[in-house]
Design a protein around this ligand. Structure first.
Ligand code: GLU
Length: 289
């Protein structure tokens, strides 16, 4: 099957060094397979998203030589598609309305693993969230993280549609990946735990299961997770700094050594990066350098 990868940033801020690793690795892996690299703007959480960030993300990707294939997909253009899907899941008994508030969940100690109160006590009162009724959770093999068994405690019925009227990430990501024909996902390990949920939804919807590679998180030199303050600064777009950011990203991804000579124009650098790219060289832990 033809490889289709993607990069799916949320426009809640500009691209930073962490997002560059994901963008670059997913791009190179797709291109190494002669595949497509698609871009999707995940802007469902409107209060946290802005068009200014979206514009800066697109401009930064282009400045870094990360050109996407096809038209950009924007989640806010697809709200009706998401509603069709969760309504059809409700109709088939694979999802159900839920009126529980966060406080209810906390009081019942069911915040992380829902106790199915609203499945057993159905409600048609509004506003209600919609929960997916998890039937089957299978382990999977992650290209970088190895075998990921089914979590012993299960994953709990999760939200597809929030009570505040926002479509949940899990539903949108599964539907979008399917409709964009995505075959392979390369993204940060902060989303590793979400993958079981996405796969259980994919199998209920009878969508093909995807291949995953979760990149290690970047740790500070002392082994702590990097904080936003130290890591989430907007990527520079001056030509000389772009090369040093790309080079640093390739070092972090285990592809080159700091001392290696690399081309000093973006186009040349990206050609070189593609030639040497080998995802199996990505280290288990990325230390901030
Ligand atoms: N929009 C998510 C983020 O920016 C990424 C989702 C995904 O790659 O599945 O963290």
């Amino acid at each position: 099957m033809h490889y289709i990868g993607r990069f799916a940033p949320s426009p809640t801020g500009p691209l930073h060094e962490g997002s560059l690793l994901t963008a670059l690795a997913s791009y190179l892996e797709a291109k190494k397979h002669d595949g497509l690299w698609l871009l999707r703007i995940e802007d469902l959480d409107q209060p946290r998203c802005s068009q200014v960030h979206e514009k800066s993300i697109l401009e930064t990707l282009e400045a870094y030589g990360l050109y996407w294939d096809n038209a950009v997909m924007r989640q806010t253009d697809r709200i009706n598609r998401y509603s069709d899907i969760y309504q059809s899941l409700i109709a088939k008994g694979q999802a159900y309305p839920c009126r529980c508030s966060r406080t209810d969940l906390k009081n019942r100690h069911t915040l992380h693993h829902y106790d199915r109160y609203c499945l057993n006590n159905p409600t048609d009162k509004e506003p209600a969230a919609v929960r997916f009724k998890v039937e089957q959770v299978l382990g999977f093999n992650d290209l970088l993280k190895g075998h990921q068994p089914t979590p012993a405690q299960g994953i709990g019925d999760f939200i597809l549609y929030r009570r505040d009227g926002i479509v949940a990430y899990q539903l949108a990501v599964v539907l979008d990946d399917y409709e964009q024909g995505v075959t392979d996902i390369v993204r940060g390990s902060d989303l590793l735990d979400e993958t079981h949920k996405q796969r259980s939804l994919q199998s209920s919807l009878k969508y093909p299961l995807l291949n995953y590679a979760h990149l290690p998180l970047v740790l500070a030199a002392d082994g702590q997770k990097l904080s936003k303050q130290t890591f989430a600064q907007a990527l520079p777009t001056q030509p000389s700094e772009i090369i040093s950011q790309l080079k640093n990203a390739m070092v972090r991804l285990g592809q080159i050594d700091k001392k290696d000579d690399t081309p000093c124009d973006v186009e040349g650098f990206m050609e070189f990066a593609l030639e040497i790219w080998d995802i199996h060289k990505v280290p288990k832990v990325i230390k901030n350098s």
